[in-house]
Structures are given as C-alpha cells and as structure tokens.
Design a protein around this ligand. Structure first.
Ligand SMILES: NC(=O)c1ccc[n+]([C@@H]2O[C@H](COP(=O)([O-])OP(=O)(O)OC[C@H]3O[C@@H](n4cnc5c(N)ncnc54)[C@H](OP(=O)(O)O)[C@@H]3O)[C@@H](O)[C@H]2O)c1
Length: 276
C-alpha cells in the first residue's frame, strides 16, 4: 500500500489539522480517505468548506476506529482527557498515532492507550499554514520503518520534516522552530512601528517590512553561506546597516536572544513534566 492510500484521521480539526489536511489534498491525497473529529459545528463547517468529500465527525471514537494513522491535533491542555477517551478506541497493533501537541512527551501519549503503542511526536510550526513549515519528528521504539515513512509523509506535506532520536532535544527544538516564528513576527512588528515613527505611511511601512522579511528568508534558505556572511555582504564599513547593527550589538541582542530561547526551552521542559 502507498502512503496516498492511507486512511488518515484527525482528532481536532483546528488550525494545524487544517494546514495538514490542505497539504495532503494538494499533494493528491483523496479527501475520502481523510477523517476528522471535532465537536465544534463551526469548525465542522469550515472543514466541509475545504472539500465536501472530507469525512467529518463529532465523535473521536468513530475516527479512531477507521484510521490507520491517527493525528492528535488538540490543544495540549485537553490531550490527557482526549487520550483517556480514546484509550479503548485506538488499535496500537495496527495503528500509528501522531501527536502535534507542544510539550507532551511520547510516554504521556502512550500511557493511557498502551505503554508500548507506536507513537510519533511531531513539533510543527506556524508556517505549516502556507506549506513552508518545518516539523521535527521523534518515534517511540515500537514504530516500524513503514510507520516512519507514513509519519514523514503526513508531516512533509506542510514543509520540511526532520527526525531526531533523542526526545530531550524536543525542548530546544520547540524554543527554536516551534516558538521561532513569533520572534520574527515580533521583530517585524517592532520594525513596522519604527518605520511609522520615521515618518513612512502605514501601507508602505507594512509592505517594506513584509517583503524585506520574505526576501531575507528566501536568500538565507537558498544559501549555504553562514548567516554572518550574508549579514557582512549587506554591511558596508561606515554605512547605514553597520550604524544599526552596532546599536543592536551594543544593546546586547545576542544575550537577549540567548535568554529568550533558554526561557522557551525551560518552559517546554516544565510543561512536559506537568504532562508526564
Ligand atoms: N498552530 C500552530 O502554529 C501550532 C504549532 C505547533 C504545534 N501546534 C499544536 O497543534 C495542536 C493544535 O493547535 P491548533 O493551533 O490547531 O489549535 P486549534 O485551532 O484550537 O485546534 C484544536 C481543535 O480541537 C478541537 N477540540 C476541542 N476539544 C476537542 C475534543 N475533545 N475532541 C476533538 N477536538 C476537540 C477544537 O475545537 P474548539 O475550537 O471548539 O475548542 C479545535 O477545533 C496543539 O496541540 C498545538 O500545540 C500548533
């Protein structure tokens, strides 16, 4: 059987589930092989608007009963409750569970179902919404090579998919790529405010910031050069860029980021311990 023939279920049909569903449809996966459970009628209507052939349910158990790959896409706070409900409805002998929930360890997903159930934990990020995400995956010991391919197929429809084999790295991954888009949005927000203060009209300020972030991202993504070399290539000695970056360096931007990412990593560890 090819990955495109898989019956894929989603528990929770919110933003992340919809991004993956759209990615699967765009990659040619048949809508009739996708099953989504969400209690919200509003969400069900949004899902039906994506493709009328999607199978939409309000019952988690029905979706768990049909799916070969079951993607758990609910908020971390309700994952424990959802897993308790699914404990008798999943089929660890033939089914792969994939969790996209931030901070929930593999063992916490396995515990209510079967301590040796095959589970893949995925840390996706926000650009998955435009198929430009990056997902980091870790598999429990019981996940077969076939199931790894299945998990990678699902994750890769919304961007790059990378495997790690040490779950303790997931907290640092969360701090870098999981929370990372928000750091760039904060920078863009700040640059937009500054552009207004420097006298630019709102529309121009927003467009300049957006296109600059997009262009710099594209250049960096397509280059093997170190980020410091890219920066050097647009920084003339004594010029405008150097005037700005000197201010940022003197204000301790590197130390600020070190503290910020460490705080995100530590919070991820703390949330994981609460869920364990
Ligand atoms: N969005 C991101 O950028 C991102 C990035 C990395 C990881 N994630 C992870 O992805 C997961 C989902 O996040 P999201 O942003 O997609 O959240 P979301 O938009 O709130 O989606 C969660 C969905 O689950 C539904 N739901 C609530 N209770 C449920 C239940 N008992 N059974 C089944 N479905 C239920 C919610 O319905 P209601 O709206 O009615 O409550 C909602 O539609 C989270 O665990 C998050 O950590 C998200």
């Amino acid at each position: 059987m090819t990955e495109q023939q898989l019956q894929i279920g989603f528990i929770g049909g919110g933003n992340m589930a919809r991004a993956i569903i759209r990615g699967l449809l765009q990659s040619g996966h048949d809508a009739g092989r996708l099953y989504i459970a969400d209690p919200s009628e509003e969400q069900q209507a949004v899902l039906a608007g994506i493709d009328s052939n999607l199978n939409i349910f309000s019952s988690n158990m029905e979706v768990a009963g049909i799916s070969e790959v079951l993607v758990l896409a609910v908020k971390p706070q309700i994952m424990g409750m959802v897993l308790e409900e699914l404990a008798t409805g999943t089929r660890p002998d033939t089914q792969l569970m994939m969790s996209v929930a931030a901070g929930i360890p593999l063992s916490s997903i396995q515990k209510p179902v079967d301590p040796s159930a095959p589970v893949v934990r995925v840390m996706p990020n926000h650009p998955a919404l435009v198929n430009a995400g990056i997902s980091v995956l870790i598999a429990s010991d019981s996940v077969s090579e076939d199931q790894k391919r299945q998990a990678e197929y699902v994750a890769a429809v919304v961007g790059q998919a990378l495997w790690i084999d040490d779950e303790s790295m997931m907290d640092a991954v969360t701090a870098v790529s999981g929370s990372g888009p928000a750091y760039f949005y904060l920078l863009m927000e700040t640059m937009e405010e500054c552009a207004l203060q420097l006298g630019l009209p709102a529309e121009l300020a927003r467009t300049l910031v957006k296109q600059t972030a997009y262009g710099a991202g594209l250049v960096a993504a397509g280059s093997d050069s170190a980020f410091s070399s890219l920066r050097a290539s647009v920084t003339s000695p004594g010029g405008t860029t150097e005037a700005a970056t000197n201010v940022l360096e003197q204000a301790g931007i590197r130390d600020i980021f070190r503290k910020a990412l460490t705080a995100a990593r530590d919070r991820s560890i703390e949330l994981g311990l609460k869920q364990a």
